[in-house]
Design a protein around this ligand. Structure first.
Ligand code: DGJ
Length: 717
């Protein structure tokens, strides 16, 4: 709900209030963001304002903006903190003075942005116009209010209303100024095989912390999700603010605490190598920053993001559909395959209940290793003499669906495409572009390249019965030919993704990027699941999936059972452990089933049957993190159905702890159940009162071995 009350504008969600107001000088200031407060025109009570912002009612001619909480601050007059917007105006300086002009409430509309993914669905939207008439700049601030999820999605549009060009140097999507206090910042930093490590920083006065990623593809080193919490905030306690940018390129979140402990958070496109010229009449759109508040710790915050993304971000028809249990060929055979080998793998897969066979890298051009052929999306007839259609037909005849790997944004120097279009490579003239994994990046800022890729991929998809695509991307984007290029690249990527997903609405797209290097809501808008990491070791996955779930739903997390010793870390874990961890994501296998014993194959058969049955709960249930793998020897996850009738718990004890000849029990209190109800253990038939499960807890009993998992499935009687 959006309530305009005098000089106050109050955005209300189910549990939160976001209140802004304008002062006598028409500066747009923030009054409150957090727990819900009464709807009053707070500007009528100067005492309240004086208490909060002493300078506001001072007799000075100009308010000192540096000590006021602002909605969209600019640098250079009385504000010296980090600006949300920086530009060089026609006079060659960067002074701006934005004043409130008007506000409009767009009730129950579906907010959209040309060329960039946004949250969809009907929601009330506030549009506030700020302007600097002298410079000829107008800033439109958008606040889309998703009440049920306590979310406000913010973005800004910068318009050149003058008669000369201006140069944008940075334009953040959102600025939130929080009152004096103690705060900690949590961000998700990682690399290949160790995506989204959880880092925690105590914010200190006078410090400016920037969490950014300038690799050109979103989230290789830092995810565009951060949380700000009151000290000691944890899964169930503390006030927590979440910020997540719907963007798949260079991003930045700035946290700046001033001398008094007032905190400024900004989120948007990174200003690294960024510059954007706006000619008279032109505008620049910033991506949406999805901001959420919880007064009960990270768990509740995550649940809000999960629900929001399931219902208002993931557009694919697969978002809410049962996903097929897949076998991916990569770790099973890498580049070394032919049709016969694939069909043998597929036969085994079918026999154990797998539904989709995914052919990974190596099916095109002359690609027998990573050194060639990206760009030549033509089937390799030596490996697949009957082509993709022949393979698909055979798989379909066995009762399997067929999925295919692509890496369309890339080109190998050794490829026909590169020889035909050397000018399509991202590069600075006269300088040899940097090669990573023997590949260059295609210049998606060029419309002809995007058009070509849409057609090239479409042709392959039309050539055979393909129901799944793994969209990979295996290197950073560098050698940018001009400032602002990275944003153009992202727009090109979105252009391709929106055209392809519209053209092939029934195909399930899974994002991938050297594992989970591009795990962000921009990707999720098109692809409802993303491969979380090339590290498929179950123990490493505890941390990766745990931290990924802080913002992203389990239905978005690709998770596979792979071989042991694990190909990435060399660890040996049981087949049970590998599956138990992978159940908490979109489940599949990635190994050569021929290497398994008959007994193991029987186990896999039971696992696929279980995974199919439990998936609706995993996909749509409410996720609870009961023990953190970052804090101890155990990691415990629980999913409970919204109606509290069904729950599934998985615990993993990393290293065995023995006591009197058996493993020490770990008693966990379950969440999200009905305390008045009775629950039955699906496997043992034992019954427990909900109140006991929730308030006293239930013992998890692990086998006497390292890396042991145990599971518990309970249904309301
Ligand atoms: C990187 C991906 O993360 C892997 O899963 C696999 O698809 C390889 N690329 C193939 O080259």
């Amino acid at each position: 709900m959006i309530i305009q009350n005098g000089k106050t504008i109050h955005l209300q969600t189910e549990n939160t209030s976001y209140v802004m107001y304008r002062n006598a000088e028409e500066d747009l200031l923030n009054f409150h963001y957090g727990r819900k407060i009464a709807d009053v025109d707070y500007t009528q009570d100067p005492e309240l304002l004086r208490e909060a912002f002493p300078v506001l009612v001072s007799t000075a001619k100009h308010p000192h903006l540096s000590s006021l909480p602002q909605e969209y601050p600019v640098y250079g007059r009385s504000e010296q903190r980090h600006p949300a917007l920086q530009l060089v105006n026609a006079l060659g300086n960067s002074i701006l003075c934005l004043k409130y002009k008007e506000a409009r409430v767009l009730e129950g509309q579906s907010f959209q942005m040309t060329g960039m993914p946004t949250l969809f669905g009907k929601a009330d939207t506030l549009e506030v116009v700020l302007a600097d008439d002298a410079v000829g700049i107008e800033v439109l601030l958008y606040y889309v209010v998703f009440e049920k999820y306590d979310v406000i999605a913010r973005s800004a549009v910068i318009v050149n209303r003058g008669d000369a060009s201006i140069e944008l140097q940075s334009a953040y999507s959102a600025n939130v100024d929080l009152p004096q206090g103690k705060y900690e910042l949590i961000h998700f930093c990682g690399d290949w095989g160790r995506e989204r490590g959880l880092e925690r920083t105590v914010l200190s006065k006078g410090a400016l912390v920037e969490i950014c990623d300038n690799t050109g593809r979103g989230s290789r080193w830092n995810n565009p999700f951060v949380m700000v919490t009151t000290p000691g905030g944890d899964e169930q306690t503390g006030e927590v603010y979440g910020f997540n940018l719907i963007y798949s390129g260079n991003h930045s979140t700035v946290a700046q605490m001033d001398w008094a402990g007032r905190l400024r958070i900004q989120q948007g496109i990174s200003d690294q190598s960024f510059s954007w010229v706006l000619e008279p009449g032109e505008e620049f759109l910033t991506p949406q920053s999805v901001i959420c508040y919880s007064d009960s710790g990270f768990g509740q915050l995550s649940q809000k993001y999960h629900g929001l993304y399931q219902n208002h971000l993931m557009r694919s028809e697969w978002a809410k559909k049962q996903r097929p249990i897949l076998l991916n060929s990569w770790e099973g055979c890498y580049f070394d395959f032919d049709q016969q080998k694939l069909l043998a793998m597929a036969e085994k897969a079918k026999a154990v209940g797998i539904e989709l066979f995914v052919l990974d890298d190596g099916w095109f051009g002359k690609r027998d290793d990573a050194q060639s052929s990206l760009g030549d999306w033509v089937v390799n007839r030596k490996k697949l003499p009957e082509g993709l259609s022949g393979l698909a037909e055979k798989l379909n005849a066995m009762g399997l669906e067929f999925g295919l790997w692509f890496e369309p944004e890339m080109v190998s120097p050794d490829s026909q495409l590169c020889r035909a279009h050397p000018d399509w490579v991202v590069r600075v003239p006269q300088i040899e572009p940097i090669e990573y994994r023997y590949q260059w990046v295609l210049d998606l800022s060029k419309a002809e390249v995007c058009d070509y890729l849409v057609e090239a991929v479409s042709q392959v998809l039309q050539s055979a019965n393909i129901t799944y695509v793994k969209w990979d991307m295996n290197r950073i984007v560098c050698d940018a030919p001009f400032d602002g290029f990275h944003h153009c690249y992202v727009l090109g990527y979105y252009n391709i993704m929106s055209r392809l997903t519209e053209r092939f609405p029934h195909i399930l797209f899974e994002g991938c990027c050297s594992g989970g290097g591009r795990f962000d809501p921009g990707v999720l808008a098109y692809m409802p699941q993303i491969w979380a990491s090339d590290n498929s070791d179950a123990i490493a996955r505890l941390k990766i999936q745990y931290s990924t779930s802080m913002c992203y739903p389990l239905s978005a997390i690709g998770a596979h059972v792979s071989a042991v010793p694990n190909h990435q870390v060399g660890r040996v874990t049981s087949l049970k452990t590998r599956a138990d961890v992978a159940y908490f994501g979109m489940f599949g296998y990635e190994l050569d089933l021929a290497q398994l014993t008959d007994e193991e194959l029987e186990q896999v058969k039971a696992q696929t049957a279980f995974a199919k049955g439990i998936q609706p709960l995993i996909r749509e249930g409410i996720f609870h993190r009961l023990r953190s793998p970052f804090q101890g020897n155990e990691c415990v996850w629980q999913v409970a159905s919204e109606d509290q009738t069904h729950t599934f718990v998985m615990g993993c004890r990393v290293l065995s702890i023995i006591r009197n000849g058996r493993q020490l029990e770990d008693k966990v209190r379950l969440r999200g159940l009905d305390p008045e109800a009775v629950y039955e253990d699906v496997n043992t038939g034992k019954r427990y009162p909900g109140s006991l499960l929730m308030h006293r807890g239930i013992a998890l009993r692990y086998a006497v071995q390292d890396f042991a998992t145990c599971t518990l499935e309970l249904k309301k009687v």
